[in-house]
Design a protein around this ligand. Structure first.
Ligand SMILES: C[C@H](CCC(=O)O)[C@H]1CC[C@H]2[C@@H]3CC[C@@H]4C[C@H](O[C@@H]5O[C@H](CO)[C@@H](O)[C@H](O)[C@H]5O)CC[C@]4(C)[C@H]3CC[C@]12C
Length: 778
């Protein structure tokens, strides 16, 4: 699940991915290439498929005057095509889930703008699940004469793997009409043994638009027949009938072409779409069949590609209206810097391109099938999973574990703010695993000891590996025995209350309450000296899984106190006086112990072990306060950490971990020694974790250190998206020089907690006279 010896090489090529949530994704590069593929759930391969291109043909007075592949490549295949578009005349912009490619066709006085749209729409649980992308080509004719413009979309049958040559694949033209709207194109049936799928390229037929196609061509040859076909009249041959099946070793491709006449100095639009239909999926173990979410709307027969294409081409305008209504208040807020707007929306790529899978619950599934013999008594488990399905995303494209929970803690803000039902569904899945166990023994890599895979009444590290059977077999991670981790249980309790606070879903709260009590009981065992504060175990027993912590600690101790606080609050809401009293007593003892053992007058020490690095300044030391602030539990009777201490700690972090590291330009290093030198006692103390930095920035904003928060987060954004060329693959970590770790990672979705903090501040501040406000989240 992690290939330690063979990391994915860094390619600075990625752009906005295509596709909705959980149906697979196809990433396009910023040069327009189709280069990152995730159709088999959670499994990535990184291959630019050269036949997948848009080609433009311009004709004036019945003569072709210009025909060009819109690609800067000069590949060794399809050499009969006109490649090598000059990049000087092309521009790329991305604001997820949309991207724009502008081509100022050299010498033609024609400008093409391709707008790429995917159905990723907050609070939408239907269209957001669709495996489609739309390309809207705006053609501006600056000439004094009419131009006939054709856009040809060519696509290989497959994803660029050796499967493309396995034989038995075939293509066929199609047309689909509904509500007097017709789309037409080509279906490319990819007939693999496991997880077969159909790709569809199509265009919308409307008055003034010509639609032609080529059912099959060889993408490994010179491609002259395709080129000449288009060159001749700006149209493709459009043969009827199916192609033959490919032979073993043979690859096939297809093309669809949309054409229109653009009047002199006029403007026209051509609409093309890509859909992929892989409705029934197996994970690596091939034990269980899963139906993707979209099958509830489009069926699971494997014949949905025409209807998906039709739906995409007839609904993208509505999607764009909704996307604009969501993004506009943030984009138009002149108080927010541009980099933040880019970071906030573009980091969201990981919700779809995080190996994401969204499946239906089988109709014959009973609560007992899910809860196991222990039975969690989760009364709304079944209704929630039936209505909203099951959702999982990877810890990282390189760390192949679903819903890694210590990391999801950070990323969950994006989900709960934009698709709260998916967060609730994910939490139900975690609750189910809490009450279950897996007694299989195994050896843990870091300590060499053997222990069972999953203990009862503890939160798992992850819900499994897509290369195996996720949900069924949890805890793919075997570096440490995470039953002894100190943060996982607390992160569950904190999320439960945060979710309740934001959604007001009291059925959820009631269902989760016994589970919270169970995991807190397990956690109480870590308070060995009964002072109301848990202790770490002298190994890396939390999300910083290579950074040893011993005794009371700022990170886990702080999370513990925050979790105890929300236990009191939940008990109050649920009128459970006994539990409320129990945790109120623990909280008052624990607060005293925390301050006594860790507060040093400026910040909270890393841990209380008295080791050489105990006094290190941890950038994440206020994680507990971050969550309490997000739940409105950071003041008055619920104040856990003295305000003055929090502010002093944050100012120290800003001065030391941010400003004394890389000149303040790279965010906050995880661990800094008080003398301003990074803590190199472990790999991870000397790293910057982008997701932690965004969470830290949110905490600063919550505490009124708004400028410091933005300065801190800006360092990470500029480093990743501008300096290192890691757009749409934000890693878990980097060091000041040379080293980075785990490309395309879950944690940076925590940037949405900055947005929550801003919205919270705006809702508290008096309305300004003129300048626009940060919007208030619904
Ligand atoms: C074995 C090495 C030395 C141990 C020692 O002598 O003390 C380890 C040192 C560094 C380790 C690697 C660190 C990065 C990866 C971490 C990954 O775990 C996931 O990462 C998240 C933190 O980034 C964590 O929050 C999440 O829960 C984890 O799933 C495991 C693989 C690592 C490559 C890790 C491997 C061991 C070391 C090389």
């Amino acid at each position: 699940f992690i290939d330690l010896l063979c990391a994915v090489p860094l390619q600075q090529i990625y752009g906005c991915p295509l596709g909705g949530i959980g149906g697979g994704t196809i990433t396009r590069g910023w040069r327009g290439e189709f280069c990152r593929w995730q159709l088999n759930p959670g499994i990535y391969h990184y291959e630019t498929v050269i036949a997948n291109q848009f080609t433009v043909c311009l004709r004036c007075k019945g003569q072709t005057v210009y025909q060009q592949v819109l690609s800067v490549e000069r590949p060794s295949t399809l050499q009969g095509w006109n490649w090598g578009y000059c990049g000087h005349y092309a521009f790329y912009h991305a604001l997820y889930p949309r991207a724009w490619m502008v081509y100022e066709l050299p010498g033609q006085n024609v400008v093409l703008t391709c707008r790429q749209v995917s159905p990723v729409i907050p609070h939408d649980y239907k269209d957001s699940s669709l495996p489609v992308g739309v390309f809207i080509w705006e053609v501006e004719n600056g000439k004094d004469e009419d131009v006939d413009v054709s856009i040809m979309f060519s696509l290989q049958n497959g994803t660029g793997t050796k499967e493309d040559r396995s034989g038995g694949h075939w293509n066929e033209p199609f047309a689909f009409e509904k509500d007097s709207e017709q789309v037409a194109g080509v279906l490319l049936h990819h007939c693999t043994h496991v997880n077969p799928f159909t790709l569809a390229i199509s265009t919308r037929e409307k008055a003034g638009t010509g639609v032609t196609h080529l059912t099959a061509f060889n993408p490994t040859g010179w491609g002259r027949e395709v080129w000449q076909d288009l060159l001749q009249d700006g149209r493709l041959d459009s043969p009827a009938g199916k192609s033959s099946l490919t032979e073993k070793g043979e690859v096939t491709a297809a093309a669809v072409c949309a054409s229109c006449r653009v009047p002199a100095r006029g403007h026209r639009t051509l609409e093309l779409a890509l859909a992929w239909d892989m409705p029934r999926v197996y994970f690596g173990s091939k034990e269980k069949l899963h139906l993707r979410r979209y099958t509830r709307f489009f069926g699971s027969g494997g014949d949905a590609a025409p209807a998906l294409s039709h739906h995409a081409l007839t609904h993208y305008e509505e999607w764009e209206r909704k996307i604009e209504a969501w993004q506009k208040p943030i984009l138009e807020n002149s108080q927010l810097p541009s980099w933040y707007k880019s970071a906030l929306f573009n980091e969201l790529y990981f919700v779809t391109d995080g190996g994401t899978i969204w499946v239906e619950l089988p109709p014959d599934c009973h609560a007992e099938d899910l809860q196991g013999p222990a039975g969690a008594g989760l009364s709304h488990l079944l209704p929630v999973l039936r209505e909203y399905g099951r959702f999982a995303y990877l810890e990282g494209q390189e760390y192949r574990m679903y819903n890694t929970y210590d990391v999801h803690f950070y990323a969950s803000f994006a989900l709960v703010m934009l698709w709260p039902k998916l967060q609730i569904s994910l939490q139900y899945d975690i609750a189910v695993t809490v009450v279950n166990e897996d007694v299989q023994p195994r050896q843990y890599l870091m300590c060499g000891q053997t222990a069972q895979v999953k203990l009862k009444n503890v939160v798992p590290h992850d819900i499994g590996d897509p290369g195996d059977e996720p949900w069924q077999r949890v805890n793919a991670y075997l570096m440490h025995d995470t039953a002894d981790w100190k943060d996982l249980n607390l992160k569950f309790v904190l999320q439960v209350y945060r979710d309740y606070y934001l959604t007001r879903d009291s059925l959820y709260l009631r269902d989760m309450w016994p589970v919270c009590q169970a995991v807190m009981e397990s956690e109480l065992k870590f308070d060995m000296d009964n002072d109301g504060l848990i202790e770490n175990g002298g190994f890396a027993d939390q999300t910083y899984d290579a950074w040893v912590v011993n005794g009371a600690s700022a990170y886990c101790g702080g999370l513990w106190l925050a979790a105890v606080c929300v236990m009191c609050k939940m008990a109050e809401v649920l009128r459970d006086a006994e539990i409320q009293q129990k945790y109120t007593d623990i909280l008052s003892k624990g607060k005293e112990a925390f301050e006594r053992m860790l507060w040093n007058g400026k910040y909270y020490n890393y841990d209380s072990s008295g080791s050489d690095t105990s006094s290190s300044i941890m950038s994440d030391q206020c994680a507990g306060q971050w969550f309490l602030g997000a739940c409105g539990l950071d003041q008055g009777e619920f104040e856990v950490f003295p305000k003055s201490h929090v502010v002093s700690a944050l100012k120290t972090i800003f001065e030391k971990n941010v400003m004394s590291f890389a000149g303040g330009t790279m965010g906050a290093v995880n661990g800094m020694r008080p003398d301003g030198v990074p803590d190199t006692s472990s790999v991870q103390s000397n790293e910057v974790w982008i997701g932690v930095v965004y969470a830290l920035a949110a905490t600063m904003i919550q505490e009124g250190l708004v400028e410091e928060g933005f300065r801190t987060a800006e360092g990470c954004y500029r480093t990743v998206w501008e300096r290192l060329g890691m757009a749409f693959q934000t890693p878990e970590a980097y060091q000041e020089k040379k080293v980075y770790c785990s490309l395309a990672y879950m944690r940076p979705l925590s940037i949405w907690s900055m947005q929550l903090a801003l919205e919270r501040r705006a809702s508290r501040a008096p309305a300004p006279v003129q300048s626009p406000q940060v919007p208030i989240h619904p």
